[in-house]
Design a protein around this ligand. Structure first.
Ligand code: ASP
Length: 346
């Protein structure tokens, strides 16, 4: 588009609220045609890099997100990797944290920015948050320091914060500040200047990008609550072909000590099902050695998800089960930080 431009960013438009504009004649909200991006947002011409796009056809509401679409996004990034300096993925906010987590495991040795953003109000509305989110995401995706991308990882930019993608949760359905990263500091905060937190940003490794497209969907989330019945737990653990469970526990990784629960979980683990313990709290970490109610889980082989989010645990389980054969390797990978998704041991 800009032939004299020094660098270029590929925008991958998957759908979501951000891409909606009003039809001039009917006034109805409809997906934005990115081929006309400079007409809709002339200020983008002020950037000294070019913007090209890849559009999903059809675009989707992110509630319909599926691993096959993650494969499409990651596949486009792999195919176009050498042609662009960075990538912006426009995505609905509802499942953005899952997609960002999945991409962080699928794109091994990523050394360029993949910045996901979206908005709470469509681009075509006067008070939209999409314009600022999009423009800043583009700027971050193209940012270089000493000819090296400043943010060589998968991140979410939303409402003045750049966050590591696999550390985020969508925590608010109403506010412009829709995302949080409870257990990891922001990668950048945005005001008049974009202030990068270089110490928190992943360092490039200069290895060749590799796509891990094989994801296992035979997994489930089991969220504990007072009064959960044995038949509910056994029904979930008895799902045909089940290979892994994200067990959402209380506080620092605690569960009732009722013998039927421990027995059901223990039998599943003996059958080779991976159970990863994630806290229901938004912040903080699993520590199964702290209370007797956690220790019982650790003793039967439940793995600690430490401070991982449920979203990242789901994506990691899909990736690890899809890419490793031996149970011991799978168990080791699940407790080892792979893409900055959990904090290292102190
Ligand atoms: N339901 C929409 C989606 O996730 C909401 C949004 O775009 O923020 O696609």
């Amino acid at each position: 588009m800009h032939s004299s431009a020094k660098s270029s960013v590929l925008v991958i438009y998957t759908g979501g609220t951000i891409g909606m504009i009003k039809d001039q004649e009917t006034g109805v909200l409809q997906p934005f045609n990115f081929d006309n991006v400079y007409e809709h947002m002339p200020s983008l011409r002020l950037f000294d890099f070019s913007i090209e796009n890849y559009c999903f056809d059809p675009v989707i509401d992110s509630s319909n997100m599926q691993p096959k679409y993650w494969e499409e996004i990651a596949g486009v990034i792999l195919e176009k990797y050498e042609s662009y300096d960075g990538f912006v993925v426009l995505h609905g906010s509802d499942t953005m944290a899952y997609t960002a987590s999945a991409l962080s495991f699928m794109l091994e040795n990523l050394n360029k920015p993949v910045i996901l953003t979206g908005s709470q109000l469509p681009l075509g509305m006067v008070r939209t948050d999409g314009r600022e989110n999009f423009v800043t995401a583009l700027e971050i995706a193209s940012a270089m320091l000493d000819q090296t991308p400043v943010v060589p990882e998968v991140a979410i930019y939303f409402e003045n914060q750049l966050m590591r993608g696999n550390r985020t949760i969508k925590f608010n359905a109403e506010n412009f500040e829709a995302f949080r990263s409870p257990n990891y500091p922001p990668l950048a905060t945005v005001g008049i200047h974009i202030k990068y937190n270089h110490a928190a940003i992943k360092k490039p490794n200069f290895r060749k990008l590799r796509l891990n497209a094989n994801l296992c969907k035979d997994i489930a989330i089991l969220k504990l609550f007072p009064g959960i019945t044995e038949k509910a737990v056994r029904a979930i653990l008895g799902i045909n072909g089940l290979r892994g469970i994200v067990l959402e526990t209380y506080g620092t990784g605690n569960a009732p000590t009722e013998p039927w629960l421990i027995d059901a979980l223990s039998c599943a683990i003996k059958e080779g099902i991976i159970i990863i313990n994630v806290t229901q709290c938004q912040g903080g970490s699993v520590d199964m050695e702290k209370y007797q109610t956690g220790l019982a889980l650790s003793k039967i082989g439940v793995l600690s998800g430490k401070d991982i989010t449920t979203e990242a645990a789901i994506a990691k389980l899909m990736y690890v089960l899809g890419n490793y054969k031996h149970l011991s390797d799978i168990r080791t990978m699940m407790v080892t930080p792979i893409a900055g998704e959990m904090s290292k041991e102190d």
